[in-house]
Write a protein that binds this ligand. Sequence first.
Ligand SMILES: C[S@@+](CC[C@H](N)C(=O)[O-])C[C@H]1O[C@@H](n2cnc3c(N)ncnc32)[C@H](O)[C@@H]1O
Length: 227
Amino acid sequence: MIGFFVKTGRKYLFLTLWYLRAVKGKISMEVTGRSAGKEVDEKCFDNIFDDINKKIGFSKKDTVLDIGCSNGELYKRIHPHVAKGILIDTSAKQLKLARCNVTDKNVLFLQSGASEFDLPECSVDKVICYSVIHYFVSYADFEKTMNAVYRVLKPGGKVIIGDIPFYGMQLKGSAGLNVKFMGLIYVRYFEKQVLRSVQKIGFRATIHSQAEDLPYSKTRKDLILEK
Ligand SMILES: C[S@@+](CC[C@H](N)C(=O)[O-])C[C@H]1O[C@@H](n2cnc3c(N)ncnc32)[C@H](O)[C@@H]1O
C-alpha cells in the first residue's frame, strides 16, 4: 500500500513539473525568451550574433528575412552588416517592441505566421529563424515553413534554423510525433528526420553545435541550409 502511494505520488510530481515546464514555455513564447521581463543581456545577444555570422556570413548586399523576430534584439545586431531586413512574428505585441527597438531604414515589419508570409520568389539572401520552431504546433508546420523559405530564398542563399532542442533518439514509427499535454503541444525534432525533410525540399543541410558561450549550447543545435 505504501509502495503504491509512493509510486503514484511520484507520478503526480512528475506530471506537475512537466506541466509547469510546458506553461513556462508558452509564456516565454509571448515574452521572448532570453529578454523576458528583464534587462536585455547584451553580451548574450552579441555572442549569438557572432555565432550566427560565422555560420551564414552576412554581407552588405543581403536582404534578410527574420522569422519569429520577437522584440528585434537579435536583428538589431544583424542590420549594420546587411542591406535590408524583413521581420515577421505572429505576435503584435512583440512586433510593437521590435519597431521601437529597430528604428533603422530599410526594415519592414510584418505580422505573419512562419509559413504564411507573402514575399516574392527568390527575393531574400539570408533567412534566420532563431529559437522559434519548438513553439510550432506540429511537424507539418515546420515542413510548410521550410517550403516557404525555399521559395523566397535566392539560389546560393543561406538559412539558419537556430537553437533547436533536438531529441536524442528517434524510435521506430515516432517520426512527427508531438507531445500533447493539457492543451499544450510540443513538436519533437529528431536530427535525421529534420535532415531528410529539408533535403527532400532541395536544401543542402548540415547540423552544427553552438559556441560554448551561448546559453543553451549544451542542449541545442543549429540547422544550416543552402539553396
Ligand atoms: C523565444 S522568441 C525568439 C526571438 C528571437 N528570434 C531571438 O532569438 O531572440 C520566439 C518568437 O517566435 C514567435 N513565434 C512563435 N511561433 C511562431 C510562428 N508560427 N510564426 C511566427 N512567429 C512565431 C513568438 O511570437 C516569439 O516572438
